[in-house]
Design a protein around this ligand. Structure first.
Ligand SMILES: Cc1ncc(C[n+]2csc(CCOP(=O)(O)OP(=O)(O)O)c2C)c(N)n1
Ligand SMILES: [Mg+2]
Length: 550
């Protein structure tokens, strides 16, 4: 059998992780990798409109599949992808970023070639791109086999991006290095694990009441079954901060709602802050935007924090203890809290007459009724994430938003990735029009790659979320060019899509029904009101101005 080239090996190795698609834009330095992908029988090339969009798509895909592939060219391509890959690092999404660079021949001769600064220096962008990954490698035919194992092991153990770069002349050469076994799963230190479990059990044993806060990492690592087992064995209620929304199904009978300190429903505040013990399952980050401006108020002494690779109980850190092992051990040994209060969250009340214009108050309850079990809901930073963040999702539905990184335009790119990652589920994208202007050119690729999401674009005449945060909302920098959004799919090549522009609640409901019934993708432009925001955003505005004085 013909020996594989370095580029072919890398692609083949990544395909073994279950990745079947690669997002990106080709370039001459990356041709060897592009060719290896295009000729690989199990990997489909998923061309995007620009590298930023591709990086968002790769993030979305990795959130559903566990890992993804992104391929860009040297400097101009990789730098364009940087914001998206950095976001994947912040939000723990395993994107393998493959980059092709100029040949080692050119590098040794310090040739002045395109996509450089003309100074004969080739490694300056590697240092920049590597910052967006948790691990990186400069591959050669000799090191590519063992370097790939190192890179995969580290990226998977952290659920963060890896940056892999190879010179074009080396990428096409047959591998010469030794063969290796596959990457190992990280293991807990047995003594530390035992001690952490004992400490956690003792704390749980002495508690009368408790609750669990699942973190977003549970969904990124795919440990939902393990944590659900612990939740069911303990009988404890669970709640989530904004960033962790739907990390476990909100249809679970023990889910009691969203937690944002004193701004949560009274039973959630009472349960989370009043319990004797709180299991922080996966390392909740309690960010400004996920806790209504640091409104969380949990006594740290009550917390058992099970992080990705360490656990903390009563101020003591147990190192090299993996999250999954803690969940499994505790599920097997925890006592049952038999009298836990399990009050389910309420559905948002339907308001607004059918002939009335669409407002924030009337829109979000209608989304809630539109969602169906197992939907992949992707919400954009802005009024969309604050509105959808407050809705109860149906059984098995997942929710994705860039709560920490918060780069607008992400959702339109990421939803392409989630839709490609799982065609058996419906992706519902909910975005503001300002964010959509950053990455809306990606719509053409939704059609090209044959996915059928339902896309809602709220047209509220500008950067609503920014207006909501400012004392004077109407600075000209919050205005936008008035696009004719619902005509975009056709203009971008998606001729058969169901599209609509709706102004009243009745028109919205009718369009939702048609989108649901259509066998095609749907794109609904919602004409909203300029100074009308969901309650959560108004609250955030006042909290942030208190905190930061803006
Ligand atoms: C890349 C990037 N640029 C700028 C911002 C600042 N920003 C946060 S929200 C927002 C406005 C979003 O407006 P739109 O998408 O129209 O949503 P709306 O709130 O109006 O529904 C902006 C500009 C950001 N978060 N990310
Ligand atoms: Mg807007």
């Amino acid at each position: 059998m013909k020996q594989k080239t370095a580029a072919e090996y890398v692609v083949e190795r990544l395909s073994k992780l279950g990745i079947t698609d690669c997002f990106g834009i080709p370039g001459d330095y990356a041709f060897p990798i592009n060719d290896a992908i295009a000729s690989h029988e199990k990997i489909q090339w998923r061309g995007c409109s620009n590298e930023l969009n591709a990086s968002y798509a790769a993030d979305g895909y990795a959130r559903i599949r566990g890992a993804s592939m992104l391929c860009t060219t040297y400097a101009v391509g990789e730098l364009s992808a940087l914001c998206g890959v950095m976001g994947a690092k912040a939000e723990r999404s395993t994107v393998f970023h493959l980059v092709g660079m100029s040949s080692m021949r050119n590098q040794h001769l310090r040739k002045v070639v395109h996509h450089t600064l003309g100074d004969g220096v080739f490694q300056n962008f590697i240092n920049i791109s590597a910052q967006s990954a948790c691990v990186h490698a400069i591959l050669t035919p000799d090191n590519c086999v063992y370097e790939m194992e190192r890179v995969i092991t580290t990226a998977m153990a952290n659920r963060q991006p890896a940056y892999i770069i190879v010179a074009e002349d080396l990428a096409t050469r047959p591998i010469t290095g030794p063969a290796l076994a596959h990457y190992p799963e990280p293991k807990s230190d047995a003594d530390e694990l035992k001690a952490a479990v004992e400490a956690a059990l003792a704390k749980l044993e002495s508690a009368k009441t408790g609750c669990i806060l699942p973190a977003f990492t549970v969904s990124r690592f795919g440990f939902q079954a393990e944590l659900t087992a612990l939740i069911e064995a303990s009988g404890l209620p669970f709640a989530t901060t904004g960033m962790d929304k739907a990390a476990l199904s909100e249809g679970h009978p023990q889910y009691i709602g969203g937690y944002a300190g004193k701004f949560s429903p009274p039973n959630v505040v009472e349960t989370v802050e009043g319990s004797d013990v709180v299991i922080n399952a996966g390392g909740v980050l309690f960010t400004d935007l996920s806790t209504a401006g640091f409104a969380d108020n949990i006594d740290p002494a009550k917390m058992i924090t099970i992080g990705i690779d360490h656990t903390q109980v009563d101020g003591r850190i147990y190192s090299n203890v993996r999250m999954r092992d803690m969940f499994a051990e505790l599920a097997a040994k925890v006592k049952k809290f038999t009298d836990a209060k399990l009050q389910r969250p309420a559905q948002a009340e339907l308001v607004g007459g059918l002939d009335d214009p669409i407002t924030a108050a009337s829109l979000y309850p209608r989304y809630q009724r539109f969602f169906k079990p197992n939907d992949i809901v992707v919400a954009e930073t802005g009024t969309s994430s604050t509105g959808v963040g407050g809705l109860l999702l149906p059984e098995g539905a997942v929710y994705h938003n860039q709560t920490l990184w918060g780069s607008i335009g992400w959702a339109t790119g990421a939803a392409l990735g989630t839709a490609v990652a799982d065609r058996s589920r419906r992706t519902v994208l909910i975005t503001g029009e300002g964010s959509h202007q950053l990455t809306g050119n990606e719509i053409g690729n939704y059609g090209r790659h044959g996915v059928k999401p339902v896309i809602f674009v709220l047209n509220n005449e500008g950067f609503g979320a920014e207006r909501a945060l400012e004392e004077y909302p109407d600075w000209e920098y919050n205005d936008l060019a008035p696009w004719d959004y619902h005509t975009l799919p056709a203009a971008l090549g998606c001729k058969d899509w169901f599209t609509a522009k709706v102004r009243t609640n009745g028109e919205l409901e009718a369009a939702m029904q048609q989108a649901e019934a259509a066998d095609t993708a749907g794109y609904i432009e919602i004409v909203g009101q300029k100074h009308d925001y969901p309650a959560g955003l108004k609250l955030m505005g006042s909290r942030l101005s208190e905190l930061y004085g803006i």
